[in-house]
Design a protein around this ligand. Structure first.
Ligand SMILES: [Zn+2]
Length: 383
C-alpha cells in the first residue's frame, strides 16, 4: 500500500516563476473550457481533446499537469452540478501548479524548468530537507507563497489485535477500545475559535457581496490557521494510541451526516451550528492519512444506532440525566460518549476473521488517493 504525506514551506516567488504559474493557470482554464464544451471529464478524453490546443512553448509535462488539474476541477464541478444544477461554471482562479515531472532536488535546492533548459531554484529549508531525505518525492505543488512536496512510502497494514472507535461530540472526541480503555481528547479550543468567527461573521453589516466574500474568505483562512494545529495534534495522538496498542481505527461514515443536524430536528440553532462547523471531516482526513502512513487499519461504519444501542448487551437504551444512558435490559448506566465510541469499536470486530458474527457490513474505504495525486491536488483550485 502506498502512503502519501505532504511537507510545505514558504518561498519567495521570482518573476519567472510567477509567469510560469500564470501560464499554467491559463492552460488549466483552456482545458476546463474544452471539457465543458465537449462534455468530457475523464483524464484520457480530456487529454485527447485539449493537448493540441495548449501552447507548444510550454513543456509537455506542464501541459499534462494542466490537463490533470482541469480533470480534477471538472470532476468536482460535475459532482456539484448534480446536487445543484445552477452551479457556476468552473474556473481556476488560484495560481497553483502541480507536477510529477521535471523537478530535481540537489544541494539543498529544488530545481525545476520554466522552459526547456531554463531553471528556477527554490531553497529548501532544514525541516523540508530532513523530512524528504528518507522518502521519494512524488510531486510538487507551487503557489506564489508556498511550496508543497508530496512524498510517499510503501507500507504494510498491521493486522489489528483490537479496535478503537472514535466518537465525535460537541467539544471533544472520545476514543474507546475493544479491550475497555477510554480516552477523551479535548477540542473545545477549536470549537471556541470557530464560534468566535461565526459570531464576528454574523455581526458583519456590509452588504456589498464582493467585500463580504473577500472579508469572509480572509476570516476563513485565519480560522483554519488556528484550528489546523489543534486538529493535527489530536489526530497524531489518536494514531499513536492505535499504533502502540495494535488497534485498528473505526470511524463513522460521514455521508449524509450533516442531514442529522439540519433544521427541524429539535436541536437548537446554536447546537447545530456548533456541531456542523466542527471540522470532523478534516480530523478524519488527517487520522486517515496518518494511520495509513503507520500501517494502521481504518474502517468506516454506519453511525446509525451507535449512540442509542447499549454497548454491553445491544438493547435500546433510554435517556438518563447528565448525558448518561440507562439500559432497561441489563441495567447498565452508561456515559453517552463512551457508549457510542464503544459501539463503533465493536463495529470494527465484525471485519476480523474470528470476530463475532453480526449483521453483514461492507468494509468501506476511501478511494486510493496515492495514485491520483495530481487530480486530488487539482481539485483545490476550483474553489
Ligand atoms: Zn444493556
Amino acid at each position: 500500500m502506498l502512503a502519501v504525506k505532504t511537507v510545505r514551506q514558504k518561498h519567495q516567488v521570482s518573476p519567472e516563476l510567477l509567469r510560469l504559474l500564470d501560464d499554467f493557470r491559463r492552460m488549466v482554464n483552456v482545458c476546463i473550457a474544452v471539457g465543458i464544451e465537449e462534455n468530457v471529464s475523464s483524464l484520457k478524453a480530456l487529454s485527447l481533446r485539449s493537448y493540441h490546443r495548449l501552447s507548444r512553448n510550454m513543456l509537455g509535462y506542464y501541459r499534462l499537469g494542466a490537463i490533470s488539474t482541469a480533470t480534477g476541477i471538472l470532476r468536482n464541478h460535475r459532482k456539484a452540478n448534480k446536487k445543484n444544477p445552477r452551479t457556476k461554471l468552473p474556473y481556476a482562479r488560484k495560481l497553483m501548479l502541480t507536477t510529477c515531472y521535471g523537478f530535481k532536488i540537489k544541494d539543498g535546492f529544488l530545481r525545476f524548468p520554466v522552459k526547456p533548459r531554463q531553471y528556477v531554484y527554490v531553497k529548501l529549508n532544514g525541516h523540508t530537507l530532513k523530512v524528504i531525505s528518507r522518502f521519494e518525492v512524488r510531486s510538487i505543488t507551487l503557489t506564489p507563497a508556498s511550496l508543497s512536496m508530496n512524498y510517499s512510502k510503501e507500507t504494510t497494514e498491521i493486522e489489528p489485535e483490537g479496535y478503537v472507535g472514535i466518537d465525535r461530540n460537541l467539544d471533544n472526541v472520545t476514543v474507546a477500545s475493544t479491550d475497555g480503555t477510554v480516552k477523551t481528547f479535548d477540542l473545545s479550543k477549536a470549537t471556541g475559535i470557530k464560534s468566535t468567527y461565526r459570531f464576528v461573521k454574523s455581526r458583519f453589516r456590509r452588504n456589498d457581496s464582493r467585500t463580504r466574500a473577500r472579508v469572509f474568505s480572509k476570516y476563513g483562512e485565519k480560522q483554519r490557521n488556528r484550528v489546523q494545529p489543534i486538529l493535527h495534534n489530536v489526530s497524531k495522538r489518536i494514531v499513536e494510541v492505535a499504533k502502540t496498542g495494535r488497534y485498528g481505527i473505526v470511524m463513522e461514515r460521514l455521508t449524509g451526516m450533516r442531514r442529522l443536524y439540519q433544521k427541524g430536528n429539535g436541536q437548537s440553532r446554536d447546537y447545530r451550528a456548533r456541531l456542523n462547523s466542527w471540522s470532523y471531516g478534516e480530523l478524519q482526513r488527517q487520522i486517515e492519512y496518518k494511520a495509513k502512513w503507520e500501517g494502521v487499519r481504518i474502517v468506516y461504519v454506519s453511525a446509525r444506532n451507535t449512540s442509542k444501542r447499549c454497548s454491553i448487551c445491544g438493547y435500546k437504551t433510554l435517556e438518563s440525566t447528565h448525558r448518561r444512558l440507562w439500559c432497561p435490559h441489563c441495567g447498565a448506566i452508561l456515559d453517552r460518549d463512551e457508549n457510542a465510541a464503544r459501539n463503533l469499536a465493536a463495529g470494527g470486530l465484525r471485519f476480523s476473521p474470528n470476530g463475532p458474527p453480526g449483521e453483514a457490513m461492507v468494509e468501506e474505504r476511501e478511494p486510493k488517493k496515492a495514485t491520483l495525486i495530481l487530480k486530488v491536488d487539482g481539485g483545490k483550485l476550483s474553489r
